[in-house]
Design a protein around this ligand. Structure first.
Ligand code: HEC
Length: 252
């Protein structure tokens, strides 16, 4: 019986890599925000916002973010007002019952690039560019995946049938993606002077998207550390108390 179990286990271990090979593991990066003490780098988040604004925002919405949330990544109230005012939003109705356009205010959400999903699809070969607010949480190993996806565009290998209008991407499931390559060296000119290699741009935009997905990450990490400290202290106290108690009991 033991032999059979061992043989089955061995067979599983030997074939497991074959199953795993089906899906491509994303490239791995170190992220400032990972780990128990992980924090966001505000300068990086601002660069990431610049990338979102100049590259991704023409197709992807960020439904959960309003302009004033950008104060969290280090912009002042006045800077946020200026950023918001660059966008037009629909408001109304006015006293005549008409909707009208006005510059956005800090309390407005970042406007959607398309008036509706049908238009978004029509402009993207039938595929809907998904909302990016929660993207790094919605995909397994999200930050590494989105980073890899951004840098994963390649010539399709010989014999791979690419449908018209699609691009080959090493990390997208099935390898055919309706989003063309977006990030190349110097795709943006950073306001803070950082050299804009493709890797840098991809890292920054992913950090920014991880902030949109979990703006309270730093608070969660700080709470985690406090809980651990408390648990540690409590263990020490319990141990000391136990020793005292047993020492006393031992005397009688
Ligand atoms: C020209 C329009 C366009 C631009 C600009 C664009 N995307 Fe996309 N994106 C798409 C479309 C269309 C899809 C859906 C692809 C599909 O389903 O084949 C998509 C899908 C995605 C996905 C989801 C992939 C998945 O696993 O489903 C991510 C993440 C993404 N884009 C990130 C970005 C980022 C980050 C930027 C800016 C650096 C960006 N996109 C710029 C059109 C665009």
């Amino acid at each position: 019986m033991r032999k059979i179990v061992l043989a089955a286990a061995a067979a599983f271990i030997l074939t497991a890599p074959a199953f795993a090979a089906e899906e491509v593991k994303p490239m791995e990066r170190e992220w400032h925000f990972n780990g128990m003490l992980g924090k966001f780098d505000k300068q990086q988040l601002q660069r990431g916002f610049q990338v979102y604004k100049e590259v991704c925002a023409s197709c992807h919405s960020l439904n959960y973010i309003s302009f004033r949330n950008l104060e969290d990544i280090g912009y002042s109230e006045d800077q946020v007002k200026v950023i918001a005012a660059e966008y037009q939003v629909t408001d109304g109705p006015d006293e005549n019952g008409d909707m009208f356009q006005r510059p956005a205010r800090p309390s407005d959400h970042i406007p959607h690039p398309f008036a509706n999903d049908q238009l978004a699809r029509a402009s993207n070969g039938g595929a809907l560019p998904p909302d990016l607010s929660l993207m790094t949480k919605a995909r397994e190993d999200g930050p590494n995946y989105v980073y890899s996806l951004m840098l994963g565009y390649k010539e399709a290998p010989n014999g791979f049938e690419l449908n018209p209008g699609m691009s080959y991407n090493a990390f997208f499931p099935g390898h055919q993606i309706a989003m063309p390559q977006q990030i190349t060296d110097d795709r943006v000119t950073y306001a803070d002077g950082t050299k804009a290699s493709a890797e840098q741009i991809a890292t920054d935009v992913v950090a920014f998207l991880h902030w949109t997905a979990e703006p309270k990450l730093e608070v969660r990490h700080a709470t985690g550390v406090r809980v651990l400290l408390f648990a540690f202290l409590f263990t020490v106290l319990a141990y000391l108390y136990k020793r005292r108690l047993w020492a006393r009991l031992g005397k009688h």
